[in-house]
Ligand binder design. Structure first.
Ligand code: PHB
Length: 365
């Protein structure tokens, strides 16, 4: 039976154990310019015991930013900052991929070039959702502007440039963020996509932008170093779809046919996407529903603790498990889980923004 301590080959990336550090928004890049710096390098290097680190979500363009302090991968300064991070992780024997992010409608004019409306597949407001302005004030989501069909190749190209920048910054690969109600997920699901062009309507049309982005990123990295994150049945950022089983089965089969390194699927039971400790029962298990639709490595995320993580990997419902919140408070989480040691609880008050407090000062066992 496979165990969390076993090594694994994810596409072309060899990892030393099956405990993955999930992408975690921490809003601590250097300002101005959203640039990673020495403190971020120390934080990631402390966590190099993970089989694989997935970086915090990182905007591919200024238009793709939705929160203050999140890092980017679209300027030369950001590439140089990320190089500090990848060097520090590699020096400690870790592996790290960059998560490529465009927030779509979950932004605010204060982050947008020219102060315009955030962009989305359709002009539909995400209800009961919020973000933070450039000066850190919580704000409800405003009405976005529907993207013109002619703008979409430019967005695909932004992903491609960002993927090349990630390569120049020394990452081991990239993960396309297709989850949690951000741009690519907004195109996938029919609650947020009411388009009448080739990017809306049928499942095939709604999946088109994600697949074009994946193909563009694969053209830079090769299929063995590209992963995709998805959140079927997730409700964060007001997401919903009329037939998630059909939609995500199609997406996973298409990704499988492309032979990419991995998919990373969030269990809907932790539907707050880290914003709250919600646990929803009576929802389908996505690892059970979708494992068979994808032939490569299947990473499962969402509110895991050591015991259920071990079981899911032993049963073969996933090949590796991503831990989020507990990786904030346990830099040596992989070793603790493998050795059965107690975990340090996390302090939600220091998740977002600030400096080393609640970031690089959590103890090793
Ligand atoms: C967040 O910043 O709250 C956030 C970012 C990326 C996610 C989920 C939540 O996928």
């Amino acid at each position: 039976m496979p165990q969390l301590s076993d090594a694994l080959k994810i596409g072309d990336i060899d990892i030393k154990n099956r405990i993955i550090m999930a992408p975690l928004t921490r809003m601590r890049s250097q300002q101005p310019g959203n640039i990673p710096y020495a403190l971020n390098a120390e934080y990631y290097a402390q966590r190099a015991g993970a089989g694989l680190i997935i970086s915090e979500a990182t905007q591919i363009s200024q238009q793709g930013q939705g929160y203050p302090g999140t890092p980017g991968i679209h300027s030369a300064e950001q590439v140089a900052g990320w190089k500090l991070v990848t060097d520090a992780v590699h020096k400690k024997g870790g592996k790290i991929v960059l998560q490529l992010w465009h927030v779509g409608r979950i932004s605010h004019p204060s982050h947008q070039p020219g102060g315009g409306a955030p962009v989305a597949p359709s002009a539909i407001i995400a209800k009961n959702s919020s973000t933070f302005t450039a000066d850190w004030k919580e704000t409800p989501i405003l009405e976005p502007r529907a993207l013109e069909t002619a703008e979409l190749p430019g967005i695909v190209n932004d992903y491609k440039n960002a993927a090349q920048n990630a390569k120049d910054a020394g990452f081991d690969g990239v993960e396309v963020h297709g989850a949690n109600g951000y741009l690519l997920d907004e195109f996938l699901q029919d609650g947020s996509n009411k388009r009448s062009d080739n990017y809306g309507g049928s499942v095939e049309n709604r999946a088109r932008l994600l697949l074009e982005v994946v193909d563009a990123v694969v053209s830079v990295w090769g299929k063995g170093r590209v992963g995709v994150r998805l959140s079927p049945y997730g409700t964060f950022n007001d997401m919903h779809d009329s037939d998630p089983k059909a939609l995500f089965s199609y997406v996973l089969e298409q990704l499988s046919a492309r032979g990419i390194a991995y998919v990373h699927v969030i269990e809907p039971r932790s539907s707050g996407a880290g914003r709250a400790d919600v646990k929803v029962d009576e929802v389908p298990s996505t690892s059970e529903l979708f494992r068979s639709s994808f032939k490569g490595t299947f990473i499962s995320a969402g509110g895991y603790e050591a015991e259920n993580a071990k079981k899911v990997v032993a049963k073969g419902h996933a090949d590796a498990i991503a831990f989020g919140r507990y990786y904030i408070s346990n830099p040596d989480l992989a070793q603790r889980v493998i050795e059965g040691k107690a975990l340090t609880p996390y302090n939600r008050a220091t998740f977002y923004g600030g400096t080393e407090v609640g970031y690089t000062d959590y103890p090793f066992a």
